[in-house]
Design a protein around this ligand. Structure first.
Ligand SMILES: [Zn+2]
Length: 70
């Protein structure tokens, strides 16, 4: 679950763990004041898990299987 950074005008910056389908916060959970969402730094969101993989193994496509066919 990604962590978003917000900045409250009273409390200062804080982090909030949210689901990606949740709406962004508009009010501080501490003081109920207005918050501003910050763009997260290079730490960012890492896509891990099923459905995401790096396809960088081009060299072993059909190297070991087509020797016994003919
Ligand atoms: Zn606050």
């Amino acid at each position: 679950m990604p962590i978003y950074e917000y900045k409250c005008s009273k409390c200062g910056p804080f982090e909030q763990k949210q689901s990606m389908k949740d709406d962004p916060l508009t009010h501080c959970p501490t003081c109920d004041g207005p918050v501003q969402r910050l763009i997260s730094r290079s730490v960012g969101i890492v896509f891990k898990g099923p459905g995401f993989y790096i396809n960088d193994s081009k060299s072993d496509s059909s190297h070991s299987k087509d020797t016994s066919a003919s």
